[in-house]
Design a protein around this ligand. Sequence first.
Ligand code: FMN
Length: 471
Amino acid sequence: MKITVLNGSPKGELSVTMQSVAYLAKIYPQHEFNIIHIAQRIKRLETDQAVFDQVIDQVRASDAVLWGFPLYILIVHAHYKRFIELIFERGAEAAFAGKYAASLSTSIHFFDHTAHNYIHAICDDLEMRFVDSFSPDMHDLLNEEGRQQLARFGQQFLKAIQNQAPTQRQYPPLTHREFFYQPELPPNPVATAGKKVVILHDEQQPDSNLAKMVARCRSALAGEVTVVNIHDIDIKSSCLGCLECSGNYHCAYTGKDGYIEFYKATVMTADVIIYAGRMVDRYLSSRWKMFFDRIFFNTHTPVLVGKQVAFVISGPFSQVPNLMEIFSGFFEFQGANIVGVVSDESGNSDDLDRLLDQLLARALAYVQAGYLRPQTFLGVGGMKIFRDDIYGRLRTIFAADHLAFRRMGVYKTFPPGELNIALLNTFVAPLVNLPPIRKKFDKMIKKQMVQPHQKVVAKARMKSNEGFCST
Ligand SMILES: Cc1cc2nc3c(=O)[nH]c(=O)nc-3n(C[C@H](O)[C@H](O)[C@H](O)COP(=O)(O)O)c2cc1C
């Protein structure tokens, strides 16, 4: 059988992920694995229609497609995303329809599930027959168990194609509503009061809902606001994956385009950042993805700590919970507080006016009050992955992160992070777990857990809630 492998790594042949594909090709030589470097050649694919058509012809002539990609900022690389956009823009969906598909990534398991959800949903949108996703750690190929599981994944994928196994669509098609936003209510601007507010958007059509939503956000604020179309930032290309940045944050693009300077001067110094975008397939545009990929010049060091961020989206946002999961994971890890999301998918123009006004007013109120919601599992869990990897196997390469994590106290969360916990575990735990003591302890456990909290509640005094989020 002929499997077309769409390589999503900007490193082309030097891709770690493609080594897993090469391994499959070697152990199943009776099948052809035809690797096409997509992310690395996106400029050519975009500018030369004949080259793009050749790829589509190869897909058409194959029995199945393997989407092979590295994780890039919680999803796929911007260039891979752009290729997916081109499939729809150029009406090439038919070449994919009915083909068997699977996804294979390598990563360090930081939001690998959101990338696979995305690719699976794209396969469903292309009416492909999606079989399975396989998401090993980037080093799993180096151990026997990893190789065995990879071989089994390959085997059952090939079998599914051979047997024409039935598959079921998992992600329903998106429905887009016809709605033209026309701001109507007079704005009641909230003073920025010395806080730096930045609105970033990617809209290129002045009459679109998104353009009007951005304008409404601007008019909801009195004072200086920086509004930037990310198409106007001089960004040469997306991240190359070269890791030149890993030792000292020195990106290979330094001095070659305007992104780093812009990000440092405008985004990293802001108090409130509004991200406004139009949904393109099941994410934002590939331009937005490029913007997010290039943030990697800071490697794994959070640089948005304490900032208030909000999202203004045009498109069926609530139909793609994966996108909110990506936003939450990324911005929680960055240390930012998510104020909220407003989209144009429901309500009339008046509703949207009010929602946008309220979003901006809340962002300002939050920044003034220093309100930061605790991180959820997405932020806490994600940070622990980085903490462990940077302290451990990745420290030699990501030396800058290691120093930053030390400075930021990230390693303090290693168990036992605090002296009293260490003492408890060393001296008290063995005693408590002696069977007769444990029996008594189990009976008191509920009371003891709540006692320190009750003491805090008992000491609490009345506070005013005036002024905070009166909208
Ligand atoms: C810019 C950049 C962003 C990355 N983002 C993620 C991520 O969000 N989650 C993750 O688990 N790994 C992430 N990684 C790690 C890569 O996915 C991993 O090293 C992968 O094995 C690289 O595969 P490749 O050699 O095929 O490109 C990122 C790496 C780079 C350079």
